[in-house]
Write a protein that binds this ligand. Structure first.
Ligand code: RNT
Ligand code: ZN
Length: 421
């Protein structure tokens, strides 16, 4: 056995014994972790650019900053980069694709005319990788969203255009889900809002509700696709009012039994989403997570292993919510190596899940027995137990690099592939 592998095995067996003392089966935890898919967002790889090649810049209150070299310029490059990132991340995962990443063969295809054939290469790639896929209509970065409104636009013709785009997206998602044998979660996020204080806060919301009703009118098989709606507090240029606020979509999702998408960066700066998960699942069938990290006014930093992330995972595991939660990522950073960004964010999300899966039953038992002192003591003790040794063992068992070894591969790919673009 190589020296490194031996030391991983030794540390792991000590960790295993340590966890066994508190009644935790580390093998079972790793087994459970391996069954949790994370949906990797395609848009980290090219700074939310898409492949329409219209020269239209990013808009809609989201912005990517940084000019790190090597971003993907073509679908093939993006798929190659995803392949690289996926080879550095333990487990089997999914791809989350935005509609404007279709392959249009150099032709201009209007957003309301996109069809499944524009996504054939993505489908073939996912199928070859044994991956499921999720989907999103793209209601931004387009001349028809330039004044900041889409599904809630005061003009019917503009609303209709976006309704048609969302309907086309649902149909594409249904084909994807059917082909891959796993429902494609299809998330509607729109940028609609005002920079400054509006007078009429209600009419845009009534229009949005009516538009969504039309988008979702046709029932599609939930085995093929699932509808989700994503709320937001504010964006760049929509600081004072966002039509699709939390209350709006919470109400809409409950009333219409849609999935609610909670993006960790879409709330007040000190407001976490962990406490919302179990609560919302009392009233909506399932949840879509956009795992992200808000920093001051920006909602899309690479996910770190911070308290917010650990609370989300703990909430899901402690309350058995994983089977009704779809975990997707949503961040975009162009100031660092983009493959590293995916890898860091996804590995952190998995680490937080592993930490949660390594919690002992004694935690819940202490609470049940009213022993709140033990609950706090144990919760704090768990933070310094050797979960890192279990993580290393998990990476090794999944045949991906252990520790910082993945960086060597990311750097090598950078010098051999990315730097030549
Ligand atoms: C924007 C939303 C949305 C987007 C992606 C690209 O604030 O979070 O989910 O980030 O659809
Ligand atoms: Zn999001």
């Amino acid at each position: 056995m190589a020296r490194k592998s031996k030391s991983i095995a030794q540390s792991y067996s000590q960790a295993q014994a340590r966890y066994a003392e508190i009644g935790v089966d580390t093998e079972a935890a790793m087994q459970r972790l391996s069954a949790i898919p994370i949906s990797l967002h395609c848009w980290q790889g090219d700074d939310v650019g898409g492949f329409e090649n219209t020269g239209e810049g990013l808009s809609g209150g989201i912005a990517v900053t940084g000019n790190y070299p090597g971003k993907a310029n073509t679908p093939d490059e993006l798929r190659a980069d995803l392949d690289k990132a996926l080879s550095l991340i333990p487990g089997k995962h999914r791809l989350n694709l935005h509609a404007f990443y279709g392959e249009f063969g150099g032709k201009k295809v209007a957003r309301n005319e996109i069809r499944p054939e524009h996504f054939q290469n993505w489908l073939a790639w996912a199928k070859a990788n044994g991956m499921g896929m999720d989907f999103n209509p793209t209601c931004f970065a387009h001349p028809k969203s330039a004044d900041g409104f889409t599904l809630s636009h005061p003009k019917k013709a503009i609303r209709d255009f976006w309704i048609e785009h969302c309907i086309a997206s649902r149909e594409i998602a249904a084909v994807i889900g059917k082909t891959l044998g796993s429902p494609a979660v299809t998330n509607v996020w729109i940028p609609d809002g005002y920079k400054d204080t509006p007078v009429d806060r209600v009419s845009p919301r009534k229009r949005l509700e009516a538009s969504l009703d039309k988008v979702f009118e046709k029932k599609l098989n939930p085995k093929h696709m699932l509808d989700a709606v994503e709320c937001k507090l504010f964006g760049i240029g929509s600081e004072s009012y966002v039509v699709g606020s939390h209350e709006f979509y919470m109400g809409y999702a409950v009333k219409n039994q849609k999935l609610l998408c909670l993006d960790a960066g879409h709330f007040h700066p000190t407001e976490g989403i962990a406490d919302k998960l179990g609560t919302m699942l009392l009233y909506v069938p399932e949840i879509l997570l956009h795992v992200s990290r808000g920093v001051r006014w920006d909602s899309d930093h690479v996910v770190t292993l911070d308290d917010a992330l650990q609370s989300i995972s703990a909430e899901l595991v402690r309350n058995n919510l994983l089977s009704r939660t779809h975990i997707g990522l949503d961040f975009f950073d162009a100031s660092i190596n983009r493959i590293a960004a995916w890898t860091i964010g996804t590995r952190n999300t998995l680490k937080s899940l592993l930490m949660a899966l390594l919690e002992p039953a004694a935690l819940k038992e202490a609470e049940k027995a009213g022993d709140l002192t033990t609950r706090l003591a144990l919760m704090e003790e768990l933070k310094s137990l050797p979960w890192g040794a279990v993580w290393d063992r998990y990476c090794e068992s999944q045949d991906v690099p252990v520790g910082m070894d993945w960086m060597k591969e990311a750097k090598q790919y950078e010098s051999e592939v990315l730097s030549k673009r």
